[in-house]
Design a protein around this ligand. Structure first.
Ligand SMILES: [Zn+2]
Length: 104
């Protein structure tokens, strides 16, 4: 599982969330969600574990700022179950758990 796949996953989740929660902004995510997406990508790039990231329960790094953590958690809570329904592969579920671990 590479970093870029995680970035794609985060982007997909933000899109699902924005389309449902901020429908007035149309097809592309609203400025707020674009900013959140950029921030999340940046955090993934700067993850000290990189490719060797530990799984959720072992992750000790809380790299999100308080505000951004709350925003991304809202996205995960909303988009997570919907994404898993659409991509019911075990690999995806595992990836999702890894990402979620960072925002706890
Ligand atoms: Zn939005």
């Amino acid at each position: 599982m590479g970093i870029s796949l995680e970035q794609k996953t985060v982007s997909a989740m933000i899109r699902v969330y924005c389309r449902a929660r901020h429908p007035a902004t149309g097809r592309s995510p609203c400025p707020d969600c674009v900013a959140l997406e950029k921030y999340a990508h940046q955090r993934l790039l700067q993850c000290p574990f990189r490719e060797a990231k530990p799984v959720c329960s072992d992750c000790t790094v809380h790299c999100y700022s308080k505000t951004m953590r709350e925003k991304i958690r809202a996205v995960m809570r909303f988009a997570g179950p919907r994404m898993i329904l659409r991509h019911p592969m075990l690999a995806f579920v595992h990836l999702f758990r890894k990402i979620i671990s960072r925002v706890r």
